[in-house]
Every structure is written in C-alpha cells, then in structure tokens.
Design a binder for this molecule. Sequence first.
Ligand code: CCH
Length: 286
Amino acid sequence: GASAASTEDSWRKVNFHNVYKDIAALLEDESYDDGSYGPVFVRLAWHASGTYDVGSKTGGSNGATIRFSPEADHGANAGLGVARARLEPLKKKYPHISYGDLYTLAGVVGVQELGGPTVRWRPGRVDNKTKEQCTPDDRLPDAAQGADHVRAIFYRMGFDDQEIAALVGAHALGRCHSTRSGYEGPWNASPTAFTNFFYTELLQNTWVPKKWSGPFQFVDKPTGEFMMLPADLAFRTDPVFRRHAERYAADQDAFFADFAKAFSRLLELGVSFPADAPVYEFKALD
Ligand code: CCH
C-alpha cells in the first residue's frame, strides 16, 4: 500500500529530535568496518541527493528513488543497501517519516556525531516517487576520472568550485571497499572522525600508484596505509580546486563552515519544502 509518508503533511507527525537520537544509537558497531555506520550514512545521504539535475529538475533526495531498482543497483551505489537496511527499523518505528527525510537526516547525524559541524536540515521530503522515476546511471561521479569530469557532474547539480572542494572533504570519513567500489582503504588514520584530514593528507603526502590487480588508485609513500582515488587527486592538481584545498588544510573552521553550508544545500536539491517547515540545528549528543 501507499507509504504513510506519501502526503506532504506526514512529516508533521514526526518528532525529529527522537529520530536523530535513534539514528545516533545505530552508529556504533564494533563488528562493522572501523566501528561506525556514520561514514556509510553520509555516503547514502549524498548519493540519494547528488542525482539532481538543475536542467531537468529531476533526481535529488525527494522520493528517495535510491531505494528502488534499477537505481539501487547502479555501480556507484554498491554497498548502500547496508545503510538502508540499518535504518529500516526506524522507518517502521516512525512510519510518517519519508525515506528521503530519513536518509538525509542519517547523513546529518553521521557528520555531527563524528565530530563535524552542525548541518542545518529541514523535513518535508515525500515518498511520492516510483521506480519509474529512478535517475539514469550517469549522475554520480566516476572515481577513475579527473577535474573536468568532477566539475561537469557537480555543475549539473548547481555547485561551484568552492562548494565542490568543500564537499569532497567528507572523504576524511570512512573507507573504500574492494567489494563495493573496487577501491581499497581509508583516506587517513581516523576514518570515524570528521576532520580536515582529507586536505592535509592529500597535500602533505607523496601519492604513488598502488601496485595491485585492482582499479588504478593511489597510496601514500612510504607506508601504503592510506589511499586517494584518481578523482581525489584533482583537488591537488587542478589549480582552482587546490587553492580551496590549501585553505581547508590550513583552517579547519573554514572547512567546517563551508562544508556545513554545501552539504545542507546538497541534501535539499530539488526538494520543495512547505513554507513553514522548521529548520533544525540538532545538537550533537555525546
Ligand atoms: Fe565519496 N566515495 N566520492 N563522497 N564517499 C567513496 C566513499 C565515500 C567519490 C567516490 C567514492 C563525495 C564525493 C565523491 C563519501 C562521501 C562523499 C568511495 C568508496 C568512492 C569510490 C565506496 C566504497 O567502496 O565503499 C567521488 C569520485 C567523488 C567526487 O568526485 C562527496 C561529495 C561526499 C559527501 C559529501 C563517504 C563518507 C565515503 C565513505 C563511505 C564508507 O562506507 O566508509
């Protein structure tokens, strides 16, 4: 039957402070990855939203088409079923929250509870799309490519170079999985802490091609413990991206402020909120 969150007013029945707390309670799990679902929740929120196309006004988090096949099975979304399954009990507990609101709020919780900035978030996404409205398989960035491709993808969402450079700093969190994207390894030594380490590692290390049979990627020399995707290297080699990366490496507060703004905007692409939808600035729990 129709989802309880299929009407524009359903969100009014939800206490989002309680949802925030319940998502936060799902983060920690010693047996999963580096001990937290936070990174994969951030990636779910981003991939649910980053399909937006300003030209056709299609895609984005409203309607949460990421949960339907074929979009769920797009290569870029490999592994995100793990995050959706982890959140599903909360959809049962709070039937009036839409999937779009649940997935984007999980991204906010991931950023904030891992020590990142406060991300302004509004409810009001609606479960009003079907699998026929899944986005085509070319909307998210291809990690094997460079600056031109990354720009083309994010300009299509409506972002500028500064916002792109701030958003990719989320690669302080989590890791690549050979079983998901094919790439392997974390970007730094504290993948469950939201920091500006993406930029410091990117600029301060020597990056060399990883010697393996997997996809082309970089590892730091000499330890080989940390990784960079080919697309990550664009933020070191492209002069405009690099200027922002240098600023964020030197000034974590500037990174936090710019990331919070750009991430909030990402999660809202293509969503029309009711005029009276509250803007939440949740407090991190700890
Ligand atoms: Fe990303 N990202 N991302 N990314 N990403 C991957 C993992 C994470 C690209 C490719 C990959 C953003 C931008 C880009 C996260 C957040 C963001 C992986 C490994 C690839 C590949 C997936 C795996 O194997 O599990 C590319 C290319 C771009 C831009 O050009 C942006 C923007 C964000 C958020 C704001 C997070 C977090 C992860 C870690 C996920 C995890 O499971 O640990």
